[in-house]
Write a protein that binds this ligand. Structure first.
Ligand SMILES: N[C@@H](CCC(=O)N[C@@H](CS)C(=O)NCC(=O)O)C(=O)O
Length: 324
C-alpha cells in the first residue's frame, strides 16, 4: 500500500499520526463525467460522450466503492458496453496489482500492465495521490474519466440510456435532496464508519468511528421496519450504496475492523433487506466473497499480521427475505 508523488511510487501506510489516530479518506483526483452528448458534467471537462465499447472499468471485487459501480453496470444493462478488469485481492507494497494467480483476478485486460498505479501514470505521468479503485478509463482519449464511485454510478444511471434503452432511474430528480441527506449519514457513519473504526490507531478515534456506526445501524433498522427500501417502495442509489457495506459486514468488518457490537444478522430488518437486494437479478454475481475475505485479512498487516483468514459462519443470502 502506498501512493504516487509526482509520478513516483512511495510505499507508505495511511498517516494517522497527524490526525490523532483517525483515518481520513482523501478526495478522488479525476472528476470528469461521461454524458449522453459529451458535454461537461458537474465537474471536470467535456469530451466524454457515452459510446458503446469506449470505456473500461478497473475494479477490485473486495472494494465496497468499486462494488457500487459493478452493480450499476449490471442493473443498467451496461455489461456489453463497458468492459472490466479485476485486480488481485492482495494489496501489499505495490498497491493494487494485476497479478492473475487468484480466481476472478483478470489481469489488466487493456494494456497488460503490472500495477494499477500504471493506469494512473498512463493518464498523467506526474500524478500524485493514492491509487484507488474504481478507475473509469476512456480508451479513446487514453485517460481516466473518474476515480470517484459516487459519481461513476450517477453517470451509469443515465448517460447510456439511449444506447441500452434501460431507463431505470436510481437517482430520481424529485428525490435527490432526500437521497443526499440519507447518503450523507450513511457515508460518514456506515460506509466510511467501518474504516474509521478499523484503521483507527487510538482508542478515541476507534470509538469516534464505531459508536456512530452502531447508532446509524439502529436508525436504519428502525427505518427499514417501516419501508421496504430506504426511500420507500422504490430502490434508489442510497440502497446500493448501503448494500455494499452490509454484505461485507459480518464476514469482514465485524471481526477485522472491530465493529463487533452486533452483526447484521442480529438486526431482522437489515438482514432481510440485505438479502432482498442480494436477490435482485444480476446482483449476486457482483458479490465476490472470496476476494472480499481474502483482501482485507491478507492485505492489512497492521491489523492482521498473521494473515490468517477466518473461517466464517455460513451466511445464506438466498434465504427468502419475506419483504415486500
Ligand atoms: N473515493 C473513492 C474511494 C475509493 C477507495 O478508497 N478505494 C480503496 C479500496 S476499497 C482503495 O483503492 N484504496 C487504496 C489506497 O487507499 O491506497 C471512491 O469512492 O471511488
Amino acid at each position: 500500500m502506498g501512493q504516487l508523488v509526482d509520478g513516483v511510487w512511495h510505499d507508505v501506510w495511511y498517516d494517522t499520526k497527524s490526525t490523532g489516530g483517525a483515518f481520513k479518506r482523501t478526495t478522488a483526483a479525476f472528476r470528469n463525467w461521461i454524458t449522453a452528448d459529451g458535454s461537461a458534467g458537474p465537474s471536470g471537462t467535456d469530451g466524454f460522450k457515452a459510446e458503446s465499447g469506449r470505456y473500461h472499468l478497473y475494479v477490485s471485487l473486495a472494494c465496497p466503492w468499486a462494488h457500487r459501480t459493478l452493480i450499476f453496470r449490471q442493473l443498467k444493462d451496461l455489461t456489453d458496453h463497458i468492459t472490466v478488469s479485476v485486480v488481485h485481492p492482495d494489496m501489499l507494497s505495490d498497491g493494487w496489482t494485476f497479478e492473475k494467480d487468484d480466481d476472478g483476478a483478470t489481469g489488466d485486460t487493456l494494456f497488460d500492465l503490472p500495477f494499477a498505479r500504471d493506469i494512473y501514470l498512463r493518464a498523467d505521468p506526474k500524478v500524485s495521490g493514492r491509487v484507488t479503485v474504481p478507475i473509469l478509463w476512456d480508451k479513446e482519449r487514453n485517460t481516466i474519466v473518474s476515480n470517484e464511485s459516487a459519481e461513476i454510478i450517477r453517470m451509469f444511471n443515465s448517460a447510456f440510456n439511449d444506447i441500452t434503452g434501460n431507463t431505470a432511474d436510481y437517482w430520481p430528480e424529485e428525490m435527490r435532496d432526500d437521497i443526499e441527506e440519507v447518503n450523507d449519514r450513511i457515508y460518514n457513519t456506515v460506509n466510511n464508519g467501518v474504516y474509521k473504526a478499523g484503521f483507527a490507531t487510538s482508542q478515541d478515534a476507534y470509538e469516534a468511528g464505531v459508536i456512530p456506526l452502531f447508532e446509524s445501524l439502529e436508525w436504519l433498522e428502525e427505518r427499514l421496519s417501516k419501508s421496504r427500501y430506504l426511500m420507500g417502495d422504490k430502490i434508489t442509489e442510497a440502497d446500493w450504496r448501503l448494500f455494499t457495506t452490509l454484505v461485507r459486514f459480518d464476514p469482514v468488518y465485524h471481526l477485522h475492523f472491530k465493529c463487533n457490537k452486533k452483526r447484521i444478522i442480529d438486526y431482522p430488518n437489515l438482514w432481510a433487506y440485505t438479502r432482498d437486494l442480494y436477490q435482485i437479478e444480476g446482483v449476486a454475481g457482483t458479490v465476490g466473497m472470496a476476494h472480499i475475505i481474502r483482501h482485507y485479512h491478507y492485505s492489512h498487516d497492521t491489523i492482521n499480521p498473521s494473515r490468517i483468514l477466518p473461517i466464517n459462519p455460513d451466511l445464506d443470502f438466498l434465504e427468502p427475505h419475506g419483504r415486500g
